[in-house]
Design a binder for this molecule. Structure first.
Ligand code: GLA
Length: 370
């Protein structure tokens, strides 16, 4: 058992005085490329990270305990806390016609919270997989991801796309996951960073994603408007030529989506050709498009990407929704210390909050613990 899984099992034992029936865990994610494309029916390429949220489950009357917050909540309330995610999953399972009986659960994790690494998808995915096994439902992973997205959209009330839940449930160790967010087909793309002597460095700018909700919903609405103006179902269907028919915000948002979808497919080709120069170039181009056309970057994220360009990163870009949160860079393995130092200095010079750095390798998706 992983450490987080052991911690959840221990918390269950301490709270409820017996062994849990089973333990499951699910990872957070970073998105390598393909940003703000999922809700436009496009392509994304995330990978899971080796930070997870674990849940220990057994029969009971609906107590939910978090070891990290040392809080107990009940399943049948709603209070805008961490507990709304497992509540939402149980609710969405019922909505999807699956019989859920009584259960109780203890949670523990090490995904940094609220910084754009999808701690919410991790707790949803872990809960979904655990409940599926505990109640013997036999729901496939794709459908579990859809249930988790429903929980987030309609119970918690955040209008996210499908990427985070898909990544948490379907990613494989040592690989990125290409998802076609229209057909919901997903395919693992091998990504052996070790063999390429590269490290995936994540920079948490520590800027709260305060505008994330309003900005995110606003971007979604503009994309939908642009699609209507072009007479297509989703911006996935728009071509470069169509862009001539748009102007203003609709043009800029649509130009990002159209070019970003193309970049994802080119990035997958680059990975298959072991061409990390090209992959990195596409990452930088993605960031520029998110900064200039989609307008979801911040001074901190731009400072990181600029420092990355100056200090030998193959590629760098903001990851996730933007408006703060995290950025990533592909850095030669033996240069990561010098690289993070240089970034820290750039932040200090601009008098930004001191950033936090992580190094991840593409990790496994949700799993039941042995
Ligand atoms: C957030 C959402 C995802 C996706 C990204 C932007 O992470 O949860 O569904 O839309 O923003 O790519």
């Amino acid at each position: 058992m992983r450490e987080t899984e052991q911690k959840a099992a221990r918390a269950y034992r301490e709270q409820f005085g017996e062994e849990p029936a089973l333990v499951a865990s699910a990872p957070g994610r970073v998105n390598l490329i393909g940003e703000h494309t999922d809700y436009n029916g496009g392509f994304v390429l995330p990978c899971a990270i080796d930070r997870r949220i674990a849940v220990a489950v057994g029969a009971g009357e609906g107590a939910l305990y978090s070891a990290d917050f040392d809080q107990t909540r009940q399943i049948d309330e709603k209070d805008s806390s961490w507990a709304d995610y497992p509540r939402g999953v149980a609710w969405a399972m019922g909505e999807a016609g699956h019989e859920i009986g009584g259960f109780r659960a203890a949670f523990a994790g090490d995904v940094p919270l609220g910084s754009g690494l999808s701690s919410s998808a991790a707790i949803e995915a872990a809960t979904a997989l655990a409940l599926d096994a505990f109640f013997g439902l036999g729901v496939g992973r794709t459908d579990l991801a859809i249930i988790c997205q429903r929980a987030e959209n309609d119970y918690v009330g955040v209008g996210s796309g499908i990427m985070d839940q898909y990544a948490s449930l379907l990613c494989e160790a040592g690989a990125a996951l290409l998802v076609d967010c229209r057909s919901l087909e997903a395919e693992s793309v091998p990504l052996d960073l070790q063999a390429a002597s590269l490290a995936l460095v994540v920079c948490d700018t520590r800027v709260e994603r305060g505008l994330a909700d309003t900005g995110y919903n606003d971007r979604r609405a503009t994309c939908e408007r642009a699609a209507r103006m072009l007479g297509v179902e989703e911006l996935r269907d728009a071509t470069e030529g169509d862009l001539d028919l748009l102007s203003g915000a609709e043009l800029k948002r649509a130009r990002h989506v159209v070019s970003e979808n193309a970049r994802v497919l080119e990035a997958v080709e680059a990975l298959r050709d072991w061409d990390f120069e090209e992959f990195g170039r596409l990452m930088y181009a993605s960031h520029a498009s998110l900064r200039d056309d989609y307008e979801v970057s911040t001074l901190e994220l731009d400072t990181f990407v600029k420092a990355a360009e100056q200090h030998g990163a193959r590629g760098a870009r903001l990851t996730g929704a933007g408006f703060g949160g995290c950025a990533i860079a592909l850095v030669p393995q033996d240069e990561t210390a010098a690289f993070t130092n240089a970034c820290e200095q750039a932040f200090a010079k601009s008098e930004f909050e001191e950033p936090a750095f992580y190094e991840f390798v593409p990790a496994a998706g949700a799993e039941l613990a042995d």
